[in-house]
Design a protein around this ligand. Structure first.
Ligand code: AMP
Ligand code: ZN
Length: 486
């Protein structure tokens, strides 16, 4: 029986059946990176989690328009748009134009996500490319009475908005407590209330990225870009809005407020938040100084690393945790994922070599249904991985001659691996993608075969032991010789 897709909605704080507004079309907006520096592995976790969601929605038959923005302007250091402009600061440091910074780190971001084999979004809009839309939205919010101007800067009036709507709807906090706990920051004398946040900020003479507006030369606040771009590409009401959990309390709370103040509707039906990647229990972040760069992880060039791990091992490590659980980074956990991933890939490599029998000891449909059930239960990838290991056991036992599989079950088994390992999880066999290595190994195996036929056992043993030292195990059978990584 087909189970319905359930997903956890931060807005209602429960798992709900996923019912898109306009099925089979689905609109999904995910807050993208702020491209003033390299993305760290924590950022990657969030984007890999949404790639899993995107891929599974497509696998389930939905037609998804996936919008993931690039924040390339208007991002000040504080959550409430206070402090220095991150882009300008970086541009000065690297002696580049701000847009050179944007280009450099956007390319780096794309390169990293490609290494993790994530799918590109359907649209990737930038904040600088949508200044007009943002200005229009600010104008409407002012017209509706929810924003005010102070000397060229526009602030959102949180208390006024909260009289007609619920400012803390997403995180269920108490507004009085929030007011009491908000620190005094710059712009306090201008703002009517501490919780008010900037929609448009007046440029200083030294500001590098600035645009003309009805309120003078300035630049947009951080939150308005996502409200303006999601409405432009997905409509005022759409299905899924996502990002890391750290965005819920401020950025997404403010997005909801802006969208409601502009068009009187709550923009997304399902708000989804991914949990954090941590190092020794501390959230990985640029400011905490524990932000591994993916390239450091791949090469092993970091004081906390004992060796490097391949992109697919790292991705497998992430998929072994549910997207709403924290995931702690450690060498031991990565070593375990490395072994697990190789076990899975080695089993898949054997699929083509299995000889079908008339009878079958296995019912592959049960494994597939379990995978679908797990994914339909709020994208439970760790449970799917346990099922895939079950499928690997089936392959190994047939290969070792301990069990039988029929042709029809074998076809189902191959399809299961293709669907979940490659299409839904977006994993790749890094060894088989290395065609040169495969060709060299095939040749070495042929030479060893020849040596054996000529009774030159010294050479054949030398090859076997030499490969073993390199971490490659040979296995001889009636059908020939196969190799696998140890
Ligand atoms: P940023 O470039 O800082 O705007 O972050 C891009 C995305 O990465 C946002 O959705 C953040 O919530 C997310 N993010 C930041 N740190 C982490 C972390 N340690 N683990 C998972 N996601 C994170
Ligand atoms: Zn956003």
């Amino acid at each position: 029986m087909k189970t319905a897709l359930h997903l956890y909605n931060t807005l209602t704080r429960k798992k709900e059946i996923f019912e898109p507004l306009n099925a089979p079309n689905v609109g999904m907006y995910v807050c993208g990176p702020t491209v003033y520096s390299d993305v760290h592995l924590g950022n990657c976790r969030t984007f890999i989690s949404f790639d899993l969601i995107f891929r599974y929605l497509k696998y389930s038959g939905f037609k998804v328009r996936y919008v993931r923005n690039i924040t390339d302007a208007g991002h000040l250091e504080g959550d409430r748009d206070e402090g220095d402009d991150k882009f300008a600061k970086r541009a000065k440091l690297e002696q580049l134009e701000p847009m050179e910074i944007v280009q450099k780190y956007t390319l780096g971001f794309h390169e990293v996500l490609q290494q993790f084999n994530t799918l590109p979004p359907s649209i990737e809009p930038t904040a600088t490319g949508h200044i007009i839309e943002q200005i229009e939205m600010v104008k409407e919010i002012i017209q509706n009475g929810y924003a005010y101007e102070v000397d060229g800067t526009i602030y959102f009036d949180v208390e006024k908005y909260n009289k007609n709507y619920n400012y803390t709807i997403l995180t269920n906090r108490n507004l009085e407590d929030m007011l009491a706990n908000t620190r005094e920051l710059g712009g306090q004398d201008e703002k009517r209330s501490r919780l008010d946040f900037a929609l448009w900020i007046k440029a200083k003479p030294e500001t590098l990225m600035k645009w003309a507006s009805p309120w003078g030369v300035g630049f947009p606040g951080w939150h308005i870009e996502c409200s303006a771009m999601s409405a432009k590409y997905l409509g005022k009401e759409f299905d899924i809005h996502g990002g890391g959990m750290d965005l819920a309390a401020t950025h997404h709370t403010n997005e909801i407020a802006q969208s409601e103040a502009c068009s009187h509707v709550q923009p997304a039906r399902y708000w989804m938040h991914t949990n954090m990647l941590t190092v020794n229990g501390v959230r990985m972040s640029k400011s905490a100084g524990n932000g591994f760069l993916p390239r450091q992880l791949f090469s092993g060039d970091h004081p906390l690393l004992t060796k490097g791990y391949s992109p697919m091992t790292v991705k497998f490590f992430m998929l072994q945790a549910h997207y709403r659980s924290t995931l702690d980074f450690s060498n031991e956990a990565l070593d375990a994922s490395d072994k697990g991933f190789k076990r899975l890939m080695n089993a898949i490599a054997l699929l083509e070599k299995l000889v079908p029998a008339v009878e079958s000891d296995f019912d592959i449909e049960t494994i597939r249904l379990n995978c679908v059930k797990a994914m339909n239960d709020d994208f439970n990838s760790p449970v799917v991985i346990a099922e895939l290991f079950e499928a690997a056991r089936v392959i190994n036992s047939v290969y070792d001659g301990k069990a039988k599989i029929s042709l029809s079950e074998l076809v189902k088994l191959k399809q299961l691996m293709q669907d979940f390992v490659f299409d839904v999880f977006g994993l790749m066999d890094e060894d088989s993608s290395n065609e040169e290595l495969n060709a060299v190994l095939d040749m070495v195996i042929d030479i060893r075969m020849l040596a054996k036929e000529n009774k030159d056992y010294a050479t054949s043993d030398r090859i076997r032991v030499g490969l073993q030292q390199m971490g490659i195990k040979l296995k001889d059978s009636k059908e020939g010789t196969n190799w696998s990584k140890i």
